[in-house]
Design a protein around this ligand. Structure first.
Ligand code: HEM
Length: 394
């Protein structure tokens, strides 16, 4: 019943929350665009999580969600006020269905969720976020930037994971970006950022951020990490989806594998293969690595790259034996996973992860980051960047 009147329920929920607790508004992003999106996110997550209380994976997810909420400056007392506003919104939208039993069930369900999140926040030994100084900023054309950051405290992560990022230039807004390198002795991390039209944080990161700026990083997350099984490996990357694949390749190069590794790098044209010199170096120095670049024929539409990738994949074969790691924009990942399934790849061995929630606007749903995200239409990042050129130091 509530879903059918979701928009009304969401507006009611936030109006109720901010009217009764004006201070809570300050936790949320300033811009109304971001706030609109947040309306979908928080409320969708709340209702969706409640409907999955029996799911085994829910406990660990809520634990991490609670830990991560500390970076939004959420305090324990906020959980009660959010709960009251949620119940008020549900009561308002459910009509006659809001019986004493329904109210009791929702109250208990919300309490379970809040307790699990609070326990996660409480148990975490991590800081709420890591301050990290920008030490280098490479620009590739107008819309791709690679930022090297030095976290002020050790920042744990595995190659292939992503982190959430916030900048004082766009206060209270957090977006996720993949980390483009395996852990280094000096602790620095590279973020590959593709600028999204109307994306205020990605624009600030690519065009305005300078060495010396300090960004905030949230705890690393994501499941696109290397399984060192005794099986051959295929890595498939498109756009800045190359970042986690690059981190995994660095890890492989550090401990060369016994099995062959096939790497497919997809871009809208040659100019968009922004890391090609490095990939070429890997290709020539690592005997176990076979590199295939996929771009559309000159002058052809970028979508041709996906067709060409399908052809290249079908020419290679042996898919049932492969562990496949797939990274790129949501549509690309969906399509490629479908092609791989048709070619015999086993779905359980095709690994992909939530696309960094760096984009704005609307589009097809991406890879799930968590339960809340299953609900949402994730926007499609512009993995095709019309103006990327050689890197320039900022
Ligand atoms: C108790 C159940 C709750 C659930 C299931 C929940 C779920 C979520 C989810 C899934 C996100 C998006 C995460 C991300 O983008 O990284 C989010 C963001 C957020 N939540 Fe919660 N949340 C809960 C409680 C709260 C409470 C009590 C507050 C405090 C007022 C709060 C404040 C926020 C803020 C400020 C954001 C970020 C807004 C943004 O990035 O636009 N949440 N929440």
């Amino acid at each position: 019943m509530v879903e059918r009147r979701a928009e009304h329920a969401v507006k009611f929920f936030y109006s109720h929350l901010f009217w009764h607790n004006p201070g809570v508004r300050e936790l949320f992003p300033l811009s109304s665009d971001d706030m609109e999106r947040q309306r979908d996110r928080l409320f969708a997550a709340l209702t969706h999580v409640v409907s999955r209380l029996d799911d085994e994976a829910l406990g660990p997810y809520l634990h991490d969600l609670g830990r991560d909420h500390r970076k939004f400056l959420v305090r324990p007392e906020h959980y009660a006020v959010v709960g009251s506003s949620l119940l008020a919104a549900l009561a308002e939208t459910s009509g006659d269905a809001w019986t004493p039993q329904a109210e009791k069930a929702w109250t208990e369900a919300y309490q379970l969720i809040a307790d699990a999140m609070l326990a996660g926040a409480d148990a975490s030994e991590d800081p709420p976020w890591w301050d990290a100084e920008v030490v280098r900023h490479l620009r590739y054309g107008q819309d791709i930037g690679v930022l090297t950051l030095r976290p002020h405290a050790p920042f744990p992560y595995l190659p292939g994971q992503y982190t959430s990022v916030s900048s004082e230039r766009v206060p209270r807004t957090w977006r996720t970006y993949s980390i483009g390198n395996a852990p280094r002795p000096d602790g620095t991390v590279d973020l590959h950022v593709s600028r999204i039209d109307r994306g205020r944080l990605s624009t600030a990161l690519v065009r305005e951020t300078r060495p010396g700026d300090v960004l905030k990083l949230g705890a690393a997350g994501g499941r696109l990490t290397f399984r060192r099984a005794d099986r051959p490996v295929s890595l498939i990357a498109a756009g800045t989806g190359w970042a986690p694949i690059r981190a995994m390749l660095e890890e492989l190069a550090d401990r060369p594998p016994h099995q062959d590794v096939r790497l497919f790098v997809v871009a809208r044209d040659g100019a968009h293969l922004y890391d090609r010199p490095l990939i070429d170096r890997y290709g020539s120095s690592c005997g176990w690595l076979d590199v295939t670049y996929i771009t559309p024929a000159p002058g052809r539409h970028r979508n041709e790259a996906t067709g060409r990738l399908a052809t290249a994949l079908s020419n290679r074969g042996l898919w049932p034996d492969q562990d496949v790691y797939l990274s790129g924009p949501p549509r690309f990942v969906d399509q490629t996973a479908r092609v791989l399934a048709e070619l015999g790849a086993r779905p359980a061995r095709v690994f992909h992860d939530g696309v960094p929630a760096a984009a704005t606007g609307s589009g097809p749903r991406g890879r799930p980051l968590g339960f809340g995200e299953w609900f949402l239409d994730r926007p499609a990042p512009h993995w095709h960047d019309p103006s990327a050129r050689a890197p320039k130091e900022n």
